[in-house]
Write a protein that binds this ligand. Structure first.
Ligand SMILES: Cc1ncc(COP(=O)(O)O)c(C=O)c1O
Length: 474
């Protein structure tokens, strides 16, 4: 067999042609995202069409397959970077991240360690050091790892905390403290590492959705007296529901008093450290570890988050492996392999696109762009305050605001249904995309506003459309 037999697989000329043909159209699509519907529903017919594509022995024309993807697959998605998209935590993706991702894709550097890709590894280390310095950790001792998302960051922290604070044979006695607003990925991570679900203590939050620190302390004391081994407190810097920030200073002191690991889930709110509002995160510097996502408020394409630990050696204790096939490429003091600080051995060099974005955008622009999220949520608050039958359930904070339609002539159950209908209608009309959540047992409309391209006029027209729906249908 000659190498010619494999030309198809390595046909870079064909790929060049595909780029020439499709790239302008794809870039135009993103530039004009605002003119698209925020959502295109996948009808049953279209779904079956996709399922019936199947897999064939013969090669298909790449142009044809590309067109199929562009016309029949990708349109059926919520446009997460649409300025009228406010669901989940939007990833209002920057084209700089897209280009950074492309560079990474074409070089495809090994992202797990130094010997194979010293250049990208150095970028990852420098990015972690910079982000860690923003947290307030001393750069000299810190360690970290870029992971695929906040869930993986929280899992990595859970493993590290367990190994540092809890003898493995006492796993069934270990207790963890989260709030009723902590992201569900934390409980998932704790389940994965073997912490019994009933040992996760859910501390209530106050009216501002912040963990109640007195209750935290009392619960820890009670657990100790009952023979449990408290080992981890999880604070949130930017909860998913409301953007609330736990009293990090107080949580840090309690964790210290009882010798618990203090992890801060800053998957969303970590980016505030790059904004004008960084003082809001006071106390985060006392944490043992943090999770911070690039694909949330740093405008990265998916698969970009970081776990940073104050003490690199704690990560090493949990994740260092020394098999015979890695002996030639061991970590050294100033070249620490990422596989020694996390779960993955092979991984993409995830930091490069974020580094590229920070370099090309500059920190001043990044600050303004993050600040804009706060401003947009304030616009919503101002707009809805004009109406007596809107109740603000959680005020604008960290770019998130929750409100609901409220009218005494309806029962609470009816109001929950009405608020669901408001969200469903906006999607159905393809006006905007916002979902509901539940706060204080009430269904509320949740807007997460981190897309700096959302204008005041967008907000006014969304609220006006909600009003029209209410006036005509409720
Ligand atoms: C506060 C918080 N932590 C963790 C996560 C999980 O992150 P990921 O979806 O990247 O796994 C989320 C996701 O929205 C989040 O808001």
């Amino acid at each position: 067999m000659t190498n010619k037999s494999f030309e198809n697989l390595y046909d870079w000329d064909k790929i060049q042609e595909l780029f020439n043909e499709f790239l302008p159209e794809l870039i135009d699509m993103q530039k004009n995202i605002k003119n698209n519907d925020p959502l295109l529903e996948l009808s049953e017919d279209k779904r079956l069409e996709i399922d019936n594509i199947g897999f064939k022995k013969e090669a298909r024309k790449p142009e044809e397959v590309t067109k199929q993807l562009i016309e029949n697959i990708y349109p059926y998605r919520m446009k997460i970077n649409h300025p009228k998209y406010f669901c989940f935590i939007p990833s209002a993706t920057s084209p700089y991240s897209v280009f950074g991702e492309f560079l990474n894709s074409i070089y495809n550097p090994y992202g797990g360690g130094y010997t194979i890709s010293p250049g990208p590894a150095e970028i990852e280390k420098e990015t972690i050091n910079y982000m860690g310095s923003l947290v307030g950790y001393e750069v000299k001792g810190l360690g970290g790892n870029f992971v695929s998302g906040g869930s993986m960051g929280n899992l990595t922290a859970a493993v590290t905390a367990r190994d540092d604070k809890l003898p493995l044979e006492k796993l069934s006695l270990g207790t963890v403290y989260v709030s009723d607003q902590t992201h569900s990925s934390m409980a998932k991570g704790l389940h994965i590492i073997g912490v019994p679900t009933e040992n996760i203590r859910i501390i209530s939050s106050n009216d501002n959705f912040q963990m109640n620190s007195h209750e935290l302390k009392n619960t820890i004391i009670n657990d100790i007296s009952n023979g449990f081994i408290p080992f981890l407190v999880v604070g949130s810097a930017g909860t998913t529901n409301t953007g609330s920030i736990d009293p990090l200073d107080e949580l840090a002191s309690i964790a210290k008093e009882f010798n618990l690991w203090f992890h801060v889930d800053a998957a969303y709110g970590g980016s505030v450290l790059l904004s004008s509002h960084k003082d809001k995160l006071k106390g985060i510097e006392k944490s043992d570890s943090i999770t911070w996502d690039g694909h949330k408020w740093l405008f990265q394409t998916y698969g970009c988050a970081v776990l940073i630990c104050r003490d690199k050696l704690k990560l090493l204790k949990s994740f260092h492996a020394d098999p015979e096939y890695l002996k030639d490429v061991k970590s050294t003091e100033d070249r620490f392999n990422f596989w020694d600080m996390g779960i993955e051995l092979t991984k993409p060099a995830r930091a490069t696109k974020l580094w590229f974005t920070l370099q090309t955008l500059g920190l001043d622009n990044m600050k303004k762009t993050i600040d804009q999220g706060f401003i947009i949520a304030d616009w919503i608050e101002k707009e809805i305050s004009k109406y007596d039958d809107f109740e603000i359930v959680s005020h604008s904070q960290l770019g998130i605001i929750n409100f609901r339609y409220k009218n005494d002539k309806f029962s609470e159950i009816e109001l929950d249904k009405i608020n669901h209908r408001i969200s469903e209608n906006a999607l159905k009309e393809n006006d905007s995309a916002f979902l509901t959540t539940i706060l204080k047992n009430k269904t509320v409309l949740r807007f997460c506003c981190n897309n700096a391209l959302t204008t005041k006029e967008d907000i006014q027209s969304i609220i006006l459309n909600i009003r029209k729906f209410i006036d005509n249908n409720i």
